[in-house]
Design a protein. Structure first.
Length: 146
């Protein structure tokens, strides 16, 4: 007996241990992290930019690609979508020197970081307000700020 993923048409001879994974949106691929072997990130195949969270829509063709909306309602929706969605703010408790400058951000004690995402592996995604850089950083090096 063979089990087939109905989304990707991949087949395996053993009984699946989880529901079939849906394919990634167009233009994205799952790749191993350069910094943390065994961990995976999602890479935009057009711009080669990487992110830690699973994408929900097609990959933009350019870094600053802007879609031209057809109606005023779509224009408002596009503007809202382009705005970064922060889930909170954090303050660095310690200095952190990024090992991989492509994915991580440096922290100095008392830096303020706008947090976008908190991964289950302890790494968070955010923007350092001092350097204006986005990337991942260890969640254990910061404390949340109200």
């Amino acid at each position: 007996m063979v089990y087939e993923n109905t989304y990707t048409e991949e087949r395996q001879a053993w009984f699946p241990d989880a529901p079939a994974a849906k394919p990634l949106p167009e233009g994205w691929r799952k790749v191993e992290s350069r910094t943390y072997p065994g961990e995976f990130v999602y890479e935009n195949m057009h711009t080669l930019e990487r992110q830690a969270w699973e994408p929900t829509g097609p990959a933009p063709l350019t870094e600053n690609q802007v879609e031209v909306p057809v109606s005023e309602q779509e224009a408002k929706a596009a503007t809202k979508k382009k705005e970064k969605q922060y889930i909170g703010m954090a303050r660095a408790l310690y200095d952190y020197d990024a090992v991989n400058q492509d994915e991580e951000i440096n922290l100095l004690e008392n830096d303020i970081i706008m947090v976008e995402y908190k991964a289950d592996n302890g790494w968070w995604v955010g923007q350092n307000q001092r350097t204006n850089r986005n990337g991942i950083f260890p969640g254990t090096y910061v404390e949340t700020v109200n």
